[in-house]
Design a protein around this ligand. Structure first.
Ligand SMILES: Nc1ncnc2c1ncn2[C@@H]1O[C@H](COP(=O)(O)OP(=O)(O)O)[C@@H](O)[C@H]1O
Ligand SMILES: [Mg+2]
Length: 457
């Protein structure tokens, strides 16, 4: 059989697109699959120069330098397609006479890849959100805090109304989010409302929503209320101690009747939400003083949870600051650790603003820090009062912060610290020691020697 005779029919029967050009870039052949995949009829393209149709084509590169490209991915403008191609010089008697290209339309694959990347991105975002809202953040070494978290976990998957008591900044909203996430309502919205920020006159329209034209300045089409937004999910009523008596009675009515009407509307909507509320006030005292309705108090006070202030759980400072630091480092694209002296300052400070204050101070320190660690010198001035920096030796060190010999550790100490931090980080982020050793790129022997040196076994 003379194979050459059949070559054209072989090319025509291929499912991959074939295009052949000669040395002046004139297109001399395309097969049927080319027409089919890219919708280009042979008569429209044969005889034309590729250099005019697609001037950045990879085929032209091969034409120029004679080097084949195998499994080459590229985007072809004139076809508006992503393709994968094998582009090879066509030789005759040792001389290059053109280029033959066999290619596949991979737009669908690329689109799928893009879609997968989008999903991946969404999943990461959702995971981040979930991490924001789980009990993991609330891990604690302190007994009263463990009790609070334990109770929250226990009642999370019920519809019981929960009231979170605790000073401002202790993490009441984090508790509420974690409870929602651990409940059967976690696939429905978590809607937080700060009662202190809703003006009396807007209470009903914000909570219940309103129908179109119900008052001057109302939006066209009306507006959904927060209760409707939280439908079948969890409603977090923050700062309930800040509500006026009038607002309290309106809230009591919906909670009791489990029904409400939009402003300007007649239809009755039913309230299907789990209520979690929070306050830093002493509601019992407010009740005695006639500032909080007794009936509302008893409605809400089904499962009270007391979250202790940070000064009563200083054993958590290390874990908390590490967690917050990790988040901040990701945000600022830095890798910073906390010096032992800073930790001891944290232990001596009373944190009247609780975890919020801790988080703010760390952010302030990290934002301006240009060293790989936070040291005493980075503590903002206002904190260095007699009250917060009680240790006179530490205070003196802070005063001396300008002196380099005082605030800059020797290189060896710094490197050791960095090494320890990094090994610790890798250990926490790998499945087992073997993986950690591989990630660190050191020998098993040296790995164990370091663990021993840094007391990490
Ligand atoms: N356990 C925690 N881990 C990390 N950050 C926390 C924790 N508790 C509170 N925070 C941070 O402190 C700030 C105040 O928390 P929040 O829940 O709003 O407190 P509250 O509602 O009690 O005033 C937020 O920025 C929150 O991210
Ligand atoms: Mg709050």
């Amino acid at each position: 059989m003379r194979l050459e005779k059949h070559l054209i029919s072989i090319l025509e029967s291929l499912h991959d697109a074939v295009i052949i050009i000669i040395m002046d870039s004139t297109i001399v052949y395309i097969n049927k699959a080319y027409t089919k995949q890219f919708g280009v009829p042979a008569k429209k393209i044969i005889g034309r120069k590729l250099s005019e149709i697609e001037k950045n084509s990879r085929i032209l590169d091969v034409l120029k330098n004679g080097k084949a490209l195998i499994n080459d991915f590229s985007y072809v403008h004139s076809l508006n397609k992503d393709v994968c191609a094998n582009i090879t010089p066509l030789m005759e008697n040792g001389e290059m006479i053109g280029v033959v290209t066999i290619m596949k339309d991979i737009s669908e694959v690329t689109n799928l890849q893009k879609e997968i990347n989008n999903y991946k991105h969404n999943i990461t975002e959702l995971q981040e959100k979930l991490e924001q809202r789980t009990f993991a953040k609330l891990k604690s070494q302190s007994f009263p805090m463990q009790k609070a978290v334990g109770l929250a976990k226990q009642v999370a998957d019920t519809d019981a109304t929960i009231i979170l008591h605790g000073e401002s900044g202790v993490g009441k909203e984090i508790f509420a989010g974690a409870i929602h996430e651990a409940s059967g309502r976690n696939d429905k919205p978590f809607v937080a409302i700060n009662m202190a920020s809703i003006p009396e006159s807007l209470f009903e329209s914000e909570l219940f929503g309103y129908e179109e034209g119900s008052f001057t300045g109302s939006k066209r089409g009306g507006k959904k209320g927060l209760l409707a937004l939280a439908d079948k999910g969890t409603l977090f009523l923050d700062e309930i101690g800040e509500m006026s008596l009038n607002m309290q009675s309106k809230l009591l009515r919906v909670i009791q009747e489990r029904k409400y009407q939009k402003v300007g509307g007649t239809a009755l909507h039913s309230l299907d939400v789990r209520i979690i509320c929070a306050t830093h006030r002493n509601l019992e005292e407010m009740m005695l003083a006639g500032q909080f309705r007794e009936d509302l108090y008893y409605r809400l006070n089904v499962v009270p949870i007391h979250i202790p202030p940070l000064r009563k759980r200083k054993e958590d400072l290390k874990y908390l600051s590490q967690n917050i630091l990790n988040e901040l480092c990701a945000k600022y694209g830095k890798h910073v650790w906390i010096d032992d002296e800073v930790l001891s300052w944290m232990q001596s400070y009373d944190w009247p603003g609780n975890v919020r204050e801790l988080s703010n101070v760390l952010e302030r320190m990290i934002a301006v820090c240009n060293k790989p660690y936070l040291s005493l010198a980075d503590i903002p001035e206002p904190f260095i009062s007699d009250k917060s920096l009680t240790d006179p030796a530490l205070k003196e060190r802070w005063m001396l912060k300008e002196s380099p010999s005082e605030s800059i550790p020797p290189l060896e100490k710094l490197l050791e610290r960095l090494e320890r931090e990094h090994i610790d980080y890798v250990l926490k982020n790998t499945k087992n020691k073997t993986e950690a050793i591989k990630t660190l790129g050191i020998s098993r022997k040296s790995f164990y020697a370091k663990l021993k040196k840094y007391d990490m076994v």
